[in-house]
Design a protein around this ligand. Structure first.
Ligand SMILES: [Zn+2]
Length: 534
């Protein structure tokens, strides 16, 4: 049997229009190439499998193809074919990961002056460029400072923050995105069709979800599943082969619901958000999970499509949840899926659903009508009759987020009235912020990233007011992660600290996904300062 090349090699895109999910990059590149305004050095940064190497080779192709049209290579001429087959002498690929590159960079410095032998441009692609040694970077820098007109450098990296600023400033930078789920599914579908195979849409969906925006990972997984499956590819095969991580996640949600453990449920959602996962897909899977539980509960045995592991889990969970509870959960999940469509990326509808479901029997005392003007979330709840004021609780797992926010406003207002003199200087807190971020990093990179973007704005007695640029981050820290923030700050500043999280005035909700603006932010700092410059 002839050895079959890996799918990701065979289906490597050969034109810019075949690149999936990076239109913001390919459009700019094509325009530059079409108008003859190519840069001498590019930096392509992005997680694995998002198309960095493919795009680098396409740039080499497009600038050397004599028939290029609108910046798109013809993919038929001698040059295009030679590049596709990896025998084009003027495309030099250096893998900085396997060789730290000192010799290559010296060699490059010596040879870069010679004119290209086959094409118009000599293109150097340096893969995993962040792995170059300082010495190699210095050698490269000398070349980048005075590049010969026929030379072009493309640095590809998964860790652009490790590339020296002196190098970055001499490149045009593009940040590649994780490929959208839909794009990955569509690409897998095309491969299946061209391979004359059959696959359930649910199976491709599951592969794409596991690949988390890396097309190369998705194609490798599909390769494995094809080799494993005899005949059509079904969800069962994917689950069996790749591990039922989706099932485990939805199962974890139902474990939390059955145990009325809101903290666990919200933590799970936080992890999904940190990982950049599509919450609507998660909820859809959770709805399927609910259906399987109803089936198990009603018939006494799990559905036959369930894998062995999952069947055991379903049987155990079905005993802990009544049909009535399951119906309530399923109904709420269906509503949540609808809400997530219009909630623009915030996980709040799902978090509220989980907290409501674990506390649906508990009545929460509403706040007095005064203080309505405060910074709590919009008055989503109908006015309630006056009741005794509940003591504010730190435990965000009991009662809905909104109710807790309302209660907290009361105590925070009391704190503000005193306007006590600060227990530490704002300057001291700002200096300590780096250490705080480092501590958070040990627990979660996502948390650390949010804190790195936050800023201590004011101090009122022992309460530090922390500004967050995005509402969902503010709400998350105010409602769920505040205890850990207070504890960390208390330890670092060696005094008991309370925290209040506010929306930072003047910060746009989301930074536009524009490479130039992103590069500007990288250089200049926070988005609010960019706004001032504009
Ligand atoms: Zn060509």
């Amino acid at each position: 049997m002839p050895e079959r090349a890996a799918l990701y090699r065979r289906y490597r895109p050969q034109t810019f229009s075949a690149i999936v999910g990076q239109e913001h990059v390919t459009r700019t590149l094509r325009n530059a190439i079409a108008s003859g305004q190519v840069a001498h050095a590019y930096l392509l940064s992005g997680v694995r499998g998002t198309g960095k190497t493919s795009i680098a080779r396409l740039i080499a192709k497009a600038v050397n193809c004599p028939n290029a049209k609108d910046g798109e290579p013809c993919d038929r001429c001698e040059t295009c074919v030679a590049i596709r087959d990896g025998r084009f002498l003027d495309l030099i690929e250096i893998d900085a990961a396997s060789n730290r590159g000192i010799d290559e960079m010296r060699d490059l410095r010596d040879k870069v002056r010679f004119a290209p032998s086959m094409g118009q441009y000599k293109v150097y692609v340096i893969d995993e460029a962040h792995q170059l040694t300082t010495e190699a970077f210095n050698a490269l820098l000398k070349t980048l400072e005075e590049p010969p007109p026929h030379a072009m450098f493309i640095l590809a990296t998964t860790e652009s923050q490790k590339i020296p600023a002196t190098i970055v400033s001499r490149t045009q930078r593009f940040d590649l995105r994780r490929i959208p789920h839909k794009g990955v599914v569509a690409q897998l579908g095309q491969i299946v069709e061209q391979e004359k195979l059959q696959a359930d849409p649910a199976a491709l969906d599951a592969i794409a979800r596991q690949a988390q925006g890396s097309l190369r990972d998705a194609e490798s997984m599909l390769d494995m599943v094809i080799a494993f499956a005899n005949g059509p590819i079904t969800l069962k095969e994917v689950d069996d082969l790749l591990g039922a991580s989706d099932w485990e996640e939805t199962a974890a949600l139902f474990d939390a619901l059955a145990a009325a453990d809101g903290a666990k449920g919200v933590e799970l959602i936080g992890r999904l958000v940190d990982d950049g996962r599509d919450l609507r897909l998660f909820v859809r899977r959770a709805i399927e999970h609910a259906r399987a539980l109803v089936f198990t509960r009603a018939t006494g045995h799990p559905p036959e499509t369930a894998s062995e592991q999952m069947a055991a889990k379903l049987s155990a969970q079905a005993q802990g949840l009544s049909l009535d509870q399951l119906a309530k959960i399923a109904k709420r999940l269906v509503e949540t899926e609808q809400h997530l469509r219009t909630s623009e990326g915030t996980p709040l509808p799902l978090e509220l659903a989980v907290l409501d479901l674990v506390t649906s029997s508990e009545k929460v005392a509403p706040p007095p009508d005064a203080r309505r003007e405060s910074d709590r979330p919009a008055a989503a709840r109908p006015p309630a009759p006056p009741a005794t004021r509940a003591e504010p609780r730190r435990d965000a797992t009991r009662g809905s987020v909104v109710a807790i926010a309302e209660r907290r406003v009361v105590t925070e207002a009391a704190v503000t009235v005193g306007a006590a003199s600060p227990v530490v200087k704002l300057e001291t807190v700002r200096k300590a912020w780096g250490e705080l971020v480092e501590r958070a990093k040990e627990r979660s990179v996502g948390k650390a990233a949010q804190l790195a973007k936050a800023e201590p704005l004011a101090i009122d007695g022992a309460t530090i007011v922390v500004g967050f640029g995005e509402e969902f981050a503010r709400l998350l820290w105010q409602e769920k992660r505040r205890p850990e923030l207070e504890q960390d700050l208390s330890e670092i500043l060696k005094t008991a600290i309370r925290v209040r999280c506010v929306r930072q005035p003047g910060v746009p909700e989301a930074v536009p996904d524009d490479p130039m603006l992103r590069a500007a932010i990288d250089t200049l700092g926070r988005p609010d300062r960019i706004m001032e410059i504009e």
